[in-house]
Design a protein around this ligand. Structure first.
Ligand code: FES
Length: 89
């Protein structure tokens, strides 16, 4: 008997969605959901695709209206923001 598998096996390593950060315009006070799994088709934001993984989006509120650089390699230690890790992964 085959066992149905619903979860994508990526429990510890997210999918790399890009090799450089996404420049986005944030609005002060607005809440955003940054995709941590790397599977979203609406990068760098969550579209619900993480439901097949162990990952959850990172919710954050913009402190000011500005251009921000959100991580696309999904290896940053400062999620959702780029910390330069994409240069080494
Ligand atoms: S789609 Fe990646 S965290 Fe939601």
């Amino acid at each position: 008997m085959l066992k149905k598998q619903n979860k994508v096996n990526m429990s510890t390593t997210p999918h790399k969605a890009g090799s450089s950060p996404a420049a986005v315009q944030l609005e002060e006070g607005k809440t955003y959901a940054w995709c941590a799994c790397g599977l979203s088709a609406k990068q760098p934001y969550c579209d619900g695709s993480h439901k097949t993984t162990e990952f959850k989006p990172t919710l954050f509120k913009a402190e000011k209206t500005e251009t921000a650089y959100l991580c696309m390699c999904k290896a940053t230690a400062n999620g959702p923001f780029c910390d330069g890790t994409h240069k080494t992964v």
